[in-house]
Design a protein around this ligand. Structure first.
Ligand code: ARG
Ligand code: ZN
Length: 385
């Protein structure tokens, strides 16, 4: 979610009433504290020892017999995630359909890692619509890929026992891209846990990476993005300059007639957002989208006693052009959403593994609520197969 302030310059423009989260390298924390004090800016240290948390997140306790957590209640390296795809591809939801889970290669990353989409499909009904979910566009938001895998596992486990997921899968296929930014994700596991962008390099600069959620063709690189390669919100050299962006955009362009719902999963800050983020203008079906996220937020509050803000991106969070949700919306996918999952800043990107299940169940409830609403609105009379 919030791009960290790379330099101290933004401190000058802070609004008096707003809270900001700064990520400060341990060796400059005293300097920063001094500076804040000198400018009479109150502060509190949220995470004094992030290394401990990082260790907890990367510990693989699957071999520990005392551990009761399942695969889906832990964070996983890219290798483990990839290995999981192979296992998932062998699963089926009903006897008649051996191809329930298909793994589709949609392109490759800058460092040539494969971009895999999982397709869940329980029947071959004609004119079937589809829903798309992508996760992990920002490398450090680990709860996001965890959610995509959670969704797949939930679908496989509860199809035919939970009526909502059964209804959804009976009526639409689901395309899931669990790690949109594999190079960045890998880098957060090996080198820098706080990395956000992809890992593309360019002859003209020493700085690495493009913010993939500023690289789509939706008011590209206007206010809320940066054309400076060293910025955390660098928009890239041109729209879709990045292979990851291009792969997603190409796939959605070629499936735009069937995909009617688009979800992009981020963290943190607990928000259910819809277009636009690239302008303050209202989307044409603003009130319909608002109704949907409102109902989803209310359900989360009722079931999990947790508060999610909701609204259009630009009005709820900040102006952020070049985002995938706005681009998908402009492509014609009129039900387009970005979710910011847990938490609200206590742990931020370093959400402990023990919080994965609640964070994912909340997001799942929101996805189901919205998918059911869209399905009810758009249900075309079905032709018997
Ligand atoms: N935290 C997300 C980002 O900065 C917000 C995404 C909202 N949607 C958007 N198109 N910017 O990318
Ligand atoms: Zn994000």
């Amino acid at each position: 979610m919030r791009p960290p302030c790379g330099s101290l310059f933004p401190l000058i423009i802070l609004k008096k009433t707003r809270r900001f989260h700064l990520f400060v390298p341990a060796n400059s924390s005293e300097t920063v504290k001094d500076l804040l004090k000198r400018h009479a800016i109150t502060h509190e240290v949220l995470l004094a020892n992030p290394n401990e948390l990082i260790e907890m997140q990367t510990r693989n306790d699957s071999t520990d017999p005392r551990s009761s957590s399942t695969f889906y209640e832990r964070y996983h390296s890219l290798e483990d995630v990839c290995f999981k795809y192979q296992i998932l591809a062998t699963q089926r939801l009903n006897r008649d359909n051996p191809d329930t889970v298909k793994v589709i290669l949609i392109g490759s990353s800058f460092e040539k890692r494969p971009l895999y989409v999982l397709k869940l499909s329980v029947n071959n009904r004609p004119n079937k619509k589809a829903m798309w979910i992508d996760c992990g566009i920002h490398a450090r938001e680990w709860i996001s890929p965890a959610f995509c895998l959670w969704f797949v596992q939930y679908s496989l486990s509860f199809y035919q026992s939970n009526k909502d997921i059964t209804h959804i899968l009976d009526n639409m296929d689901v395309y899931i891209l669990p790690v949109l930014n594999p190079d960045g994700y890998h880098y957060t596991w090996t080198t820098n846990r706080m990395w956000r962008k992809n890992r593309s390099t360019n002859m003209s600069t020493k700085c690495v990476g493009v913010d993939l959620n500023r690289n789509f063709d939706a008011n590209w690189c206007t206010e809320g993005a940066s054309d400076h390669p060293c910025s955390e919100i660098y928009c890239g050299a041109f729209p879709e300059s990045e292979p990851e962006t291009q792969a997603v955009a190409d796939f959605l362009r070629s499936h735009k007639d069937i995909v009617q719902i688009y979800f992009s999963i981020h963290s943190y800050s607990q928000m259910l957002l819809f277009p636009y983020s690239c302008t303050l203008e209202e989307a044409e079906n603003h009130s319909e989208l608002l109704e949907m996220v409102k109902e989803a937020a209310q359900k989360i509050q009722r079931h999990y006693r947790n508060i999610y803000k909701y609204g259009s991106g630009a009005n709820t969070i900040y102006l952020a052009p070049g985002g995938s949700d706005d681009w998908a919306y402009k492509l014609g996918i009129k039900y387009s959403f970005t979710f910011e999952l847990q938490d609200r800043g206590r742990y931020g990107f370093l959400l402990p593994p023990s919080d994965i299940s609640k964070a994912c169940n909340e997001a799942l409830l929101a996805v189901k609520t919205i998918a059911l609403k869209v399905d009810a609105k758009t249900q075309a009379p079905t032709t018997p197969a």
